[in-house]
Design a protein around this ligand. Sequence first.
Ligand SMILES: C[S@@+](CC[C@H](N)C(=O)[O-])C[C@H]1O[C@@H](n2cnc3c(N)ncnc32)[C@H](O)[C@@H]1O
Length: 83
Amino acid sequence: MVYFRLHSILDPVPFGRIDLVVFRNVLIYMTEQLQERVLLAVHGALNVGGFLVLGKVEGLAGLARGLFDAVNIPERVYRKRGR
Ligand SMILES: C[S@@+](CC[C@H](N)C(=O)[O-])C[C@H]1O[C@@H](n2cnc3c(N)ncnc32)[C@H](O)[C@@H]1O
């Protein structure tokens, strides 16, 4: 049930229905605009209720702020909002 694959997060996400994305200390190297683009792509690939984990100095950017619920703010754990 776990797939391993090399992937640049700047490319289109190659598959969907993902339950967990761990993105620790990766967004910090990007502009806010690029962070938003990457986070929207991740949002599209996650299942509703799927988890996103960022680094402790990171957060949601732009429109992505409205698409996730915070599960644990100090640990930067977010969950894709359902409809
Ligand atoms: C500071 S390290 C953090 C590594 C690890 N996540 C951690 O918290 O210890 C940043 C990581 O981002 C990865 N990275 C940078 N640009 C990337 C990209 N476009 N696609 C995928 N990974 C990328 C690097 O390969 C590196 O492993």
